[in-house]
Design a protein around this ligand. Structure first.
Ligand SMILES: *Cc1c(COP(=O)(O)O)cnc(C)c1O
Length: 394
């Protein structure tokens, strides 16, 4: 084992269980570690490096911006954040943008906006069982998985969860105190679980009926991951607020809350802020990411490779019916749901993939999750599938 691992394990608070690899560099869909091992990346740093590692356009944008200006705060205007906001507004339902540094911070902004725009006495956010919205106290309270709550109670009040897929329960949870409904169009950490488009449409209807803000957390599924720029664009339902982060900077930390004017107008000078939010370097990376995703044919190719990956996963799953139950996902976020003793089996399969030089992970205690860079080739998908076939055979 690399000596750095021992040092790190002594120094860091033990919040993470890590793969035993010291990653030193990457290019495209490949990573290399300090021992010279190569890995085929079907994780993308958890849906972050959507354009792959060391993407030339992103690297050039970061370099150019770093040579001019790193930071001035939001007491001033800067070019990259304005350009990025322009692109996000031009290609989404939204009229206005607030920049933050992470997914959790983007969701905090969305929650605060839903509250302040709803007015006195309306503060409660309804979210779904199995959801994941972040690790700050408010976003962990919004997260519908008790394993993330344990040990941290009392959590901030004003958050309720309803069972996944149960529209009647959601309707029943709405009261005079409700201000918004927060959902991921496809649950990522919850185990790659898409929401039925009819269910989403019915949630939209309930929000309209009761004057609630519909918030889509697209932190994981936004930025081309599903084969459209944003997942909602293939579900025929528009939100009032949407949050982004992960792949927005292809590896630089950046988050965003986007909203319609009607809601956004409730934020006035002094109501919300972030020192680093909209950092010029992170935003320059974001502009390069957006321009690349918007190139003609890019997203169509993601959909095509997503179909190829899903078909391949179904084929492999069909060869291992005792282990593999189903394949689900959208575009290039695909999950293989495991049978039976999934909780024990999942991590073992992930480790067998790692030993073969393929990176994937296990989500929601049920599902192997595959998140390759959006530039993945069919040959690379085939390579992963062959390793998976061996890993499932045990
Ligand atoms: C990762 C994730 C978050 C949290 O993002 P951080 O940048 O880790 O704070 C929130 N929502 C969803 C759907 C995510 O996948």
């Amino acid at each position: 084992m690399h000596p750095l691992i021992e040092t790190a394990d002594r120094l860091f608070m033990t919040t993470y269980s890590r793969f035993p690899a010291v990653i030193t560099e990457g290019a495209g869909c490949r990573l290399r570690d300090a021992e010279g091992r190569e890995f085929l990346d079907f994780l993308s740093g958890i849906a972050v490096t959507n354009l792959g590692h060391a993407h030339p356009r992103v690297t050039a944008a970061i370099k150019a911006q770093a040579e001019r200006l790193l930071h001035v705060s939001n007491l001033f205007y800067t070019g990259p954040q304005t350009r990025l906001a322009e692109l996000l507004v031009a290609h989404s339902f939204a009229d206005r943008v607030f920049f933050a540094n992470s997914g959790a911070e983007a969701n905090e902004a969305a929650i605060k906006l839903a509250r302040i725009s709803a007015g006195e006495g309306r503060y409660e956010i309804i979210s779904l069982a199995g959801s994941f919205h972040g690790r700050t106290l408010a976003t962990v309270a919004a997260t519908g998985q008790s394993k993330f709550h344990q040990g941290f109670e009392p959590l901030p009040t004003g958050f309720v969860h309803v069972p996944f897929g149960d529209l009647a329960a959601l309707e029943q949870a709405i009261g005079p105190q409700t201000c918004g409904v927060l959902v991921e169009p496809l649950q990522g950490e919850g185990g790659v679980r898409p929401l039925d488009p009819n269910y989403l449409a019915a949630i939209r209807q309930l929000c309209d009926q009761h004057g609630l803000a519909l918030i889509f957390d697209e932190v994981q599924v936004g930025m081309g991951r599903t084969g459209t720029l944003f997942a909602y664009q293939q579900l025929d339902v528009e939100p009032d607020i949407m949050t982004l982060a992960k792949a927005l900077g292809n590896g630089l930390p950046i988050g965003a809350a986007l909203a319609r004017e009607r809601l956004a107008a409730a934020f006035t000078p002094g109501t919300h802020a972030s020192t680093f939010g909209g950092n010029p370097v992170a935003c320059a990376a974001g502009v390069a990411v957006m321009e690349t995703l918007l190139e003609p044919g890019f997203l169509a190719a993601v959909r095509q490779r997503g179909d190829y990956l899903a078909a391949g996963l179904r084929r492999v799953a069909g060869r291992h019916p005792a282990v593999a139950e189903a394949v689900r996902g959208m575009g290039l976020i695909q999950g293989l749901v495991l049978n039976g003793h999934a909780r024990e089996r999942g991590p073992a399969i992930v480790n067998r993939l790692f030993d073969q030089g393929v990176l994937a992970n296990f989500a929601g205690n049920t599902t192997l999750r595959f998140l390759p860079p959006l530039i993945v080739t069919e040959a690379e998908i085939d390579e992963m599938l062959a390793a998976l076939d061996r890993a499932l055979a045990g």
